[in-house]
Design a protein around this ligand. Structure first.
Ligand code: ADP
Ligand code: MG
Length: 264
């Protein structure tokens, strides 16, 4: 019969554990503070566990706790409208997409190389889904990402005029390693708004990456950047070292409706 191991009981809250608790809080070692009891119970009664193993276990918990929190905070700060991953994407529904190319992008080398990506395709083909997936992947790998539709960005620029916030807004959008600008073709801009957009894309070029999504071709971007010359210079830059993914299929949302209609 296996010998019953005498279990180690952690002391109830007393002066010493209170001191430890407040020191861990003060030092910001929240992972150790939360998992100390569990790790102690798991390890202190076991043979062959050295103090180094115990400390290593605690430090691993602290690092894992910090990383989990970082992922949550950065994903919240990115303001994705919903969470979608590459694993959720059904590539068989969109044969025009090169799955290997998209998975290759998830390595984030394009961010290291400050390249841009453009997803083209009619509504519902998964452009936003893929852009969010790549954004989440970037965050997992330690890059800062920010998601905005063009409509949201225009609103933010307009609101920033009221205060002194335009400069701050501009800097905050220059900073992320990856900026996702969704639905690039849905708005027409003029004056200071198109100036802002043009300067933003111009200044991010070759320094930071941007993912654009658009329902229509580059031609529709003349209206986004205010005129043909400006749009042309942004598009030229994207074409120069960017990745352009044309999704040629139909909407994922209505795929079953189409096949039902074909049967009927
Ligand atoms: P788009 O941005 O091209 O208009 P979305 O990315 O918004 O399309 O896709 C519409 C919806 O369909 C989303 O909920 C998305 O997750 C889903 N979707 C689109 N394509 C696929 C796909 N190939 N596999 C799984 N879900 C998809
Ligand atoms: Mg979309």
């Amino acid at each position: 019969m296996a010998k019953k191991i005498k279990s180690y009981h952690l002391p109830k809250l007393n002066k010493q554990t209170e001191n430890i608790d407040s020191a861990l809080r003060l030092l910001g070692l929240e992972g150790i503070r939360l998992f100390f009891d569990t790790i102690s119970k798991q390890t202190l009664n076991k043979k062959d566990i050295t103090p180094y193993d115990f400390l290593e276990n605690l430090l691993e918990k602290e690092l894992a706790w910090r990383e989990d929190n970082r992922l949550i905070r950065w994903a919240q700060a990115a303001r994705f409208p919903w969470k979608k991953t590459l694993q959720d994407f059904d590539f068989s529904a969109q044969p025009s997409i090169d799955q290997t190319q998209v998975y290759d992008l998830s390595s984030c080398r394009y961010i290291d190389n400050s390249q841009n990506i453009v997803f083209f395709g009619v509504p519902g083909v998964g452009k936003t889904h893929l852009a969010i997936s790549l954004g989440l992947e970037a965050i997992n790998q330690g890059y800062e990402a920010r998601f905005l539709t063009l409509g949201q960005l225009i609103d933010m620029i307009e609101k920033s005029y009221a205060g002194e916030g335009t400069h701050r807004l501009f800097s905050s959008l220059l900073r992320p390693d990856l900026l996702i600008l969704d639905e690039m073709d849905l708005f027409e801009t003029k004056g200071s708004i198109s100036d802002f957009l043009f300067k933003l894309c111009q200044q991010r070029y070759e320094k930071k990456s941007t993912i654009f999504t658009s329902n229509r071709s580059f031609d529709s971007w003349d209206k986004v950047f205010g005129n043909e010359t400006r749009a042309g210079s942004i598009v030229d830059r994207i074409m120069h070292n960017g990745v352009i993914i044309n999704i040629k299929g139909g909407s994922y949302r209505t795929r079953n409706r189409n096949s039902i209609q074909a049967i009927l």
